[in-house]
Design a protein around this ligand. Structure first.
Ligand code: HXC
Length: 519
C-alpha cells in the first residue's frame, strides 16, 4: 500500500477528525452534566480491547434547503454501533451521542440502530441500547418517525430470542420511550436520566401543572411507581456494572442455556436457621430475602425491580452454579398479598425466565389476593390472570416451596401442582386451604357463633381445630398435591436434587400461532 498516497492520507485525516469529535464531546458537553460520552460508556461496558465499531463515518441525510435544512454533518450521525465481548461473550450495542444534535434520531441514525439489531438477532447475541437522545430528529420529520418504527419492529421480532437491554443515560422522550419499553430490562441512572411520553412543557400547557423532569419521569419514579425501570444506579459506571452483572445470569439467546458459574458453595449445606425464620404466629412478618440468601449459592441473589411492588420479590440467583429465577411473596410488605402490580411484576418475570431457559423457583407465603374496590375496579381479575397464565404457559423446570400461607386462588396461582409445578414441596409450617382459619370458621359455624355465650373463645377453638384438620401441609401431602413435606434446613439440597432431576425436562406444546395472554 502506498502510505504516502492520497487515499491513505484521507483515511488518516478522517480518523483524526473522528477522534477530535469524541474529544470535544468529552470536554465541552457531557462531563459538565455528570454524564459520560457514548464512547466512554462503551469502553466501560465491554471487556478491554474487544469493541469493534462499524459505520463510524456515516453522515446524516440532509433534509433539504431552507431554515430547517441546516443540520450538523458529524461523523456517525449521533450514534455509535458495534460489537464486543462482555464477560467473554459477544454482545451488540448502540450508544447514542447527545453531543451530536442531542442524540436525535434521524434516518441514518435509525438505519444504523436497525442494522445492529439485525446483526444481534442473526448472531444470537444480546442487544444493548445506551440511550441519550432528544428523540425524533425534528428536521428530518417523517423519516425520523419511520426510523423509530423500524426499531420498534425489530425489538418485537427479537423479543424472546435474544436478551434486549435498554440503558437510559439521558433523555428518552416522546415515542423514544417505547423501544426501551419493548425490551426485557430497563436500567436508569439517577438524576441524569428521564423518560416520559410528553415532557413538562406539554404537561404545563395541557394540564396547567408544574412538574420537573425528575418528578415526571426520573429514575426513581420509574423504579418505584411506574415499574418501567427494573434497575437504578447512582452513577453511570455502576449502571453499566449492573448490566454486566445481569448478563452473567443470562444465556446469549433462547437456544442456549445460561452460563454455569461455580460459586464454590456446598450442595448439601444444611441451614438450621431456616427452621426458625418463619414465626409461629401466622400474623407475624419476616423477610423472605433472609430465606432466599440461605438457600442459594452464597451471595448470588440479584434482585430485579427491587423497589416496585415489594410484596413480591423477584430476581436471579445461582444454585449449584446454575442460573435460576426466584419469585417469592414478601410477608414483610402487605403480608405478601397478591395485588395488581405484584401480579404483573411476577408474570413478566416468569415470561422472561421461560423464554430464556431459566428454571423458576417459587417460595410461597401468600394470604391471598388483596380485596377491595380499588383493586377490583382497576382489574385485579385481569391482572391476576396474567400471573396465572404466565406460570401455566411456562415450560421451564418449576419448583414451589410453600413456607407458610397458601390460601385460596393464591394457592392455585403460585405454581401449584395442577398448574404445572414439577416439584411442589412444603415446610411443616405450611397452611394450605381454601381460606384462612378465621374466615372459614366464621362461614361454617355462623349459627353456632351467633348462639354462643363466648363467640371469641369458640372461634379460637375452632380455628385451632381447622389448622389441625385442614390447613396444614400433611393433608395436601397425603393427597399428592404436595410431593413432600421437607425439613426447612434441608431445602437447598432438596432443590438442587430436584432441579437436577428436571434438567432434561421436555414439554411438547400444541401447535398454535400464539396464546392470548390477558393483557
Ligand atoms: C433535533 C434536537 C432534538 C430533536 C434536541 N436537539 N432534541 N435536534 N431534534 N428532537 C438538539 C438541540 O437543538 C440542541 O442543538 C442539542 O440537541 C442539545 O439540546 P438542548 O435542548 O440544548 O439540551 P438540553 O437543554 O439538555 O435539553 C434536552 C432535551 C431538549 C430536554 C431533550 O433538547 C428537548 O426537549 N428536546 C426535544 C424533545 C422532544 O420533544 N423530542 C421529540 C419527541 S417526539 P444545538 O445545536 O443547540 O446544540 C418523538 C416521536 C417519536 O420522539 C415517535 C416514535 C413513535
Amino acid at each position: 500500500m502506498d502510505i504516502d498516497g492520497k487515499l491513505y492520507k484521507r483515511f488518516l485525516t478522517r480518523q483524526e477528525q473522528y477522534m477530535k469529535q469524541h474529544e470535544d464531546a468529552v470536554n465541552e458537553k457531557q462531563h459538565s452534566k455528570g454524564k459520560l460520552t457514548a464512547a466512554e460508556r462503551i469502553e466501560l461496558l465491554f471487556d478491554p480491547d474487544t469493541f469493534e465499531e462499524i459505520d463510524a463515518f456515516s453522515k446524516p441525510m440532509l433534509p433539504g434547503s431552507g431554515e430547517f435544512g441546516k443540520i450538523i454533518s458529524a461523523y456517525g450521525d449521533g450514534v455509535i454501533i458495534g460489537h464486543g465481548k462482555i464477560g467473554g461473550r459477544v454482545a451488540f450495542v448502540y450508544a447514542q451521542d447527545f453531543t451530536i444534535m442531542g442524540g436525535s434520531l434521524g434516518s441514518v441514525h435509525a438505519t444504523k440502530i436497525a442494522k445492529i439489531q439485525d446483526m444481534a438477532l442473526k448472531m444470537g447475541a444480546p442487544m444493548i441500547g445506551l440511550i441519550d437522545s432528544g428523540g425524533a430528529r425534528i428536521q428530518e420529520g417523517v423519516a425520523s418517525l419511520a426510523g423509530y418504527a423500524s426499531i420498534f419492529h425489530r425489538n418485537v421480532k427479537s423479543s424472546g430470542v435474544i436478551p434486549q437491554i435498554s440503558v437510559i443515560m439521558g433523555p428518552a422522550a416522546g415515542g423514544a420511550v417505547y423501544s426501551p419499553a419493548l425490551t426485557d430490562f430497563v436500567f436508569m441512572t439517577n438524576k441524569t436520566s428521564y423518560m416520559f411520553v410528553t415532557g413538562p412543557n406539554v404537561v404545563k400547557e395541557v394540564l396547567n401543572e408544574n412538574v420537573t423532569f425528575d418528578e415526571l419521569g426520573g429514575a426513581n419514579i420509574h423504579m418505584q411507581k411506574s415499574g418501567v425501570a427494573q434497575f437504578v444506579y447512582e452513577d453511570e459506571e455502576n449502571t453499566i456494572r449492573g448490566v454486566q452483572k445481569l448478563l452473567s445470569y443470562l444465556p446469549s439467546n433462547n437456544l442456549e442455556n445460561p452460563p454455569l458459574v461455580d460459586c464454590g458453595d456446598r450442595d448439601e449445606r444444611i441451614e438450621e436457621k431456616l427452621r426458625d425464620i418463619v414465626p409461629d404466629d401466622p400474623n407475624k412478618p419476616y423477610d423472605i430475602k433472609e430465606i432466599i440468601n440461605l438457600i442459594i449459592d452464597k451471595g448470588t441473589f440479584f434482585e430485579v425491580s427491587e423497589n416496585y411492588a415489594q410484596n413480591i420479590v423477584i430476581g436471579f440467583a445461582r444454585l449449584r452454579g446454575k442460573s435460576i429465577g426466584i419469585l417469592s411473596n414478601q410477608p414483610k410488605v402487605l403480608a405478601g398479598v397478591l395485588d395488581i402490580n405484584s401480579s404483573v411484576k411476577g408474570a413478566r418475570f416468569i415470561r422472561f425466565c421461560d423464554a430464556f431457559n431459566i428454571p423458576i423457583l417459587t417460595l410461597e407465603d401468600v394470604p391471598g389476593f388483596l380485596p377491595g374496590m380499588d383493586q377490583e375496579h382497576n382489574g385485579i381479575i385481569r391482572h391476576g390472570a396474567k400471573l396465572l397464565y404466565a406460570y401455566s404457559d411456562s415450560t421451564v423446570p418449576k419448583i414451589t416451596v410453600i413456607l407458610r400461607k397458601s390460601y385460596g386462588g393464591a394457592y392455585c396461582v403460585m405454581n401449584s401442582k395442577n398448574l404445572g409445578g414439577d416439584f411442589n414441596f412444603a415446610w411443616p409450617t405450611a397452611e394450605i386451604a381454601v381460606m384462612g382459619p378465621e374466615g372459614a370458621v366464621s362461614i361454617l359455624f355462623r349459627k353456632d357463633l351467633a348462639e354462643s355465650d363466648d363467640p371469641d373463645k369458640l372461634k379460637k377453638k375452632l380455628a385451632v381445630k381447622y389448622r389441625e384438620e385442614i390447613a396444614n401441609p400433611f393433608v395436601a401431602d397425603e393427597k399428592g398435591y404436595i410431593d413432600e413435606v421437607i425439613d426447612p434446613a434441608d431445602t437447598r439440597r432438596k432443590l438442587i436434587a430436584a432441579f437436577e432431576a428436571l434438567e432434561n425436562k421436555h414439554v411438547s406444546v400444541p401447535s398454535r400461532k400464539h396464546g392470548n395472554i390477558p393483557l
